[in-house]
Design a protein around this ligand. Sequence first.
Ligand code: KIV
Length: 272
Amino acid sequence: MSKHHTVRRHTPRSLAALDTPIVSLTAYTTPMARLLDPHCDLLLVGDSLGMVVYGMDSTLAVSVEMMIAHGQAVVRGSQKACVAVDMPFGSYQESPQQAFRVAADIMARTGAGCVKLEGGQEMAETIAFLVQRGIPVIGHIGLKPQAVHAHGGFRTVGRGHEADQVMADAQAVEKAGAFAVVIESTMEPLSRAITEALSIMTIGIGASPLCDGQILVAEDMLGLFPDFTPRFVRKFANLGQEVDRAVADYAHAVRTRSFPGPAECVGMAKPE
Ligand code: KIV
């Protein structure tokens, strides 16, 4: 018997069998994936990387090649979590055939377990086309960051008459065959009603504690993304402050020539 035991990676099917809420965070790089993987069921290579990693002011300019490079990095850095890769803006809205070509490329070149795409009723045909051809899909409804201009900004979606549309979107995504749906920045009672109405998993971000799982952008909950913090983010750490302190200490050590010291140099005489 081999002494190396292999860790089984979560699949869309094993996620559905979990009897605790799905723990999910975004990841964009190998070192971050290594840190998050032991604790997470699902890692999302979100197109939010355009804003968080590349400093863009929306996700609209993120390319398929960027998603593939970061998807590969996250798959390399994880063993246990199911990895989902976002389909970026413009890579799937044109036709189901375009979506299939891009999704297949993402799946083949990254080794991810599924893709996520934004949209409800209007994307149902595309979701069905991908699912029927063997690509597991996570839908994304409520606030759709790729539609930020149509929404009129990053805001809560689903107040008043919008609620019926968000519910219809959720039902269309389920009917099309998605195995899960992200509900973003939506009124809590609506997110709860969607979770009760659907049999597929709901993964909330600014949604409801009753969703079947929760997701946050890792840099937001770690306090590493100071540009903008949505109301729905809880900061579980303030690592930005810790980085600031460490870099200030490093700068001081370099300027006062206390770094590198004898332990960090080869053959340097220890001070008397
Ligand atoms: O791109 C992203 O990070 C996402 C999550 C916020 C759900 O879609």
